[in-house]
Structure formats: structure tokens, C-alpha cells
Design a protein around this ligand. Structure first.
Ligand SMILES: C[S@@+](CC[C@H](N)C(=O)[O-])C[C@H]1O[C@@H](n2cnc3c(N)ncnc32)[C@H](O)[C@@H]1O
Length: 263
């Protein structure tokens, strides 16, 4: 963290953030003060935060599973609950796995899995050019390639049927519920990152069908979903020929499903 080179009025910042409804106003004030190199820059950050911009987009990074992940404007901010998906995925990965972070967004899951597993191959992919550019910033220093395109389409064909683990935090909000999301998501994250179609499972259906082709026999798909969708998702996975196992963490309010390709 860069030392603050001016004398910010901490309590004034906290008061403004609190009045704007920021629940963790003290913590946010510290982060914004640390991110600013002048009183003017701080005033600008606080103004934009009070106007509703996500803290992570203002800072340019999010904390995820203990790591600092770069997050660009418009790119999905990795959520704390997705720690369950990453843990569930890591738990089913065998030794030296070939791993794909599909629908990677900022590449947060790949970044964490790079440290937790010793993958013999690790790649990420996303449809959204802004997400791909952001993921490349996070993953290029580790030598992890990031492909741009629809689901599995941009991947090197040689990996078809050879992946041990596909992690996919795909969009799963039903189209009709997108309007009810908090403004920070609705207004500042790309719709393609959120909207999962009529029942929320449109992208996940295609992920399941693709995983059945791209996984090696015995390999696993790991996905995140809301608690209310888990029954329908398990049926989708079973229809694709995969065997689902549900993992739940009440504290994180998170549900993940791992699904094994038999063989
Ligand atoms: C909910 S965000 C998750 C991002 C990241 N995995 C995370 O957990 O922070 C879903 C991501 O899926 C991507 N996406 C949506 N449809 C896609 C598709 N058809 N092919 C590839 N990526 C897609 C979006 O661009 C977005 O980055």
C-alpha cells in the first residue's frame, strides 16, 4: 500500500460513505484513502463511490480467496461465495490436472487454482473482450493463456476429451430477476456476466453439454448456482451424462455442484 502523502479527513470520508449507505464505511474509507495520491483524487473517488460505483472498480482490484485480483470497469467482481466453488473444484482435482476456468471474468478462479493445484495445463476463457483483457492482466504473469470466444469454441482442439477439471462460474440469474439485482451489479457489470436466460440455466446447459465432450473420462465439471436452482441444475447435468454432487456452505450462502464424467 502506498503511504498517503496528504492529510485526509478520515472521519469526513467515513461520514459521507455511511450517509450513502456503505455498510463497511470505515474499511472502505481506509481503502479509498490508500488508493488516492492527492486530496483531489480522494474527493473524486469518494464522489464516485457515493454515486454508486462498486468499490472494486474504483480501486481496480478485489480481494478473492486471500489474493488481490485486478478488476477492470464492467468486469464481474469476484464474489466471496465463489470461494466454495474453487474449494469444491480443488477437492475433486487429481494430481497435475489439466484445468480450464470457463466464463473466467477477471480470471479469479484460475489465479487461485494456479496456487492450490499444480496443474500440468491451466487456461481460462471468456466471451467478453473486457473480461479477457482483465484476465490476461491477472494470468499472463503466470503463463496462463486466456482465450476469447463462446464457451469451449476458442480452445485448442487438442484438449477436447482431455480436461481433468472445468470450473465455470457462468451467469445464472434468471433474465426476469436481473432487474432486482443490487445496482452495483445491474449498472456496473456487463449483462452477459449476469443473465442466465429464462430459468437462469441457459448458459449452464451449454456448459454441461460441452463439458461432457471436453472432460476426460473421470474428469469433473464444477459450477456455482443459487440454492433454488440446484435440483434443476442436477437434472441438466445428469441429462448431459454427468454425475452431480452438491456442496453447500450456509455461512457463504453458496451452492456449488461438481459433476463427474463417468469412466
Ligand atoms: C458470473 S461472471 C463470473 C466471472 C468469474 N468466473 C468470477 O467468478 O469472478 C460470468 C462470466 O461468464 C462470461 N460469459 C457469459 N456467457 C459466456 C459464453 N457464452 N462464453 C464464455 N463466457 C461467457 C461473462 O462474460 C462473465 O465474465
Amino acid at each position: 500500500m502506498t503511504p498517503t502523502l496528504f492529510s485526509p479527513d478520515r472521519s469526513a470520508v467515513v461520514r459521507r460513505l455511511r450517509a450513502a449507505g456503505c455498510v463497511f464505511a470505515e474499511d472502505e474509507a481506509e481503502l479509498l484513502i490508500a488508493a488516492a495520491d492527492s486530496a483531489e483524487a480522494l474527493a473524486d473517488l469518494v464522489d464516485r463511490r457515493v454515486a454508486g460505483l462498486p468499490l472494486e472498480h474504483l480501486l481496480g482490484w478485489a480481494e478473492f480467496c486471500g489474493l488481490r485480483v485486478a478488476v477492470d470497469p464492467g468486469v464481474f467482481v469476484p464474489r466471496g461465495r465463489t470461494a466454495l466453488l474453487v474449494a469444491a473444484a480443488a477437492a475433486v482435482a487429481g494430481p497435475a490436472p489439466a484445468v480450464l476456468d470457463l466464463c473466467c471474468g477477471s480470471g479469479a478462479a484460475a489465479l487461485v487454482l494456479h496456487g492450490r493445484l499444480a496443474p500440468r495445463w491451466l487456461a481460462a476463457a471468456d466471451l467478453d473482450p473486457a473480461a479477457v483483457a482483465c484476465a490476461r492482466r491477472n494470468l499472463a504473469p503466470l503463463g496462463v493463456p486466456v482465450y476469447q470466444g463462446d464457451l469451449f469454441a476458442p480452445l485448442p482442439a487438442e484438449w477436447r476429451g482431455r480436461l481433468d477439471l472445468v470450473v465455470a462460474n457462468a451467469p445464472y440469474v434468471p433474465s426476469g430477476a436481473v432487474a432486482m439485482l443490487p445496482a452495483e451489479a445491474r449498472l456496473y457489470e456487463a449483462p452477459v456476466a449476469l443473465d442466465g436466460g429464462v430459468d437462469g440455466l441457459a448458459v449452464l446447459r451449454r456448459v454441461a453439454a460441452g463439458a461432457a465432450e471436453w472432460l476426460t473420462p473421470g474428469g469433473h465439471l464444477a459450477v456455482e448456482v443459487s440454492a433454488g436452482q440446484v435440483g434443476a441444475l442436477c437434472a441438466v447435468l445428469a441429462d448431459a451424462g454427468l454425475t452431480p454432487t452438491v456442496v453447500r456452505d450456509d455461512e457463504l450462502e453458496a451452492t456449488a455442484v461438481t459433476a463427474r464424467r463417468p469412466g
